[in-house]
Design a protein. Structure first.
Length: 145
């Protein structure tokens, strides 16, 4: 895990502001999910027999004996939140979130066990149009100014 020191914070804020502007332009709304979720959310959505679940998740029992996990990715929490809060009842949603994720990986230069991710999800949209829209937004973000 690493600290983000004052000289680097401006770079992070620049990326976050660009991402927010692009996602806002495509009508994605920000959603904030917990960093800690019940483990079955990830074992069911990511798959019990995947390397992420078997070797990379930070999982432990809380004081009540419930198995909880520091989120290894954002999609499962976004979908859980949308379902739990009725955001998909007869409607479609374009949402995004950002924040720290956690995976136990072998130490390597440039790979940290806590990393940050920006995730956009279009829920309930049929066909590939919304995928093309996301790719277009990504291409726009990568263009030199």
């Amino acid at each position: 895990m690493n600290d983000i020191l004052p000289p680097d914070v401006a770079k992070w804020q620049f990326v976050e502001e660009k991402a927010r502007a692009i996602l806002d332009a495509f009508a994605y709304r920000e959603l904030r999910t917990p960093v800690l979720e019940y483990t079955p959310l990830f074992t069911r959505s990511v798959g019990e027999a995947t390397e992420v679940v078997e070797k990379q998740m930070y999982t432990f029992d809380d004081r009540g004996g419930e198995s909880v996990t520091l989120r290894p990715e954002a999609t499962a929490g976004i979908v859980r939140s949308a379902i739990t809060n009725g955001l998909l009842h007869n409607q479609r949603q374009k949402v995004w979130c950002s924040g720290p994720m956690f995976r136990y990986e072998r130490p390597q230069k440039g790979r940290y066990r806590q990393f940050h991710q920006i995730d956009a999800e279009a829920l309930g949209f049929p066909g590939p149009d919304v995928d093309a829209e996301l790719i277009s937004g990504r291409a726009r973000a990568c263009q030199p100014r």
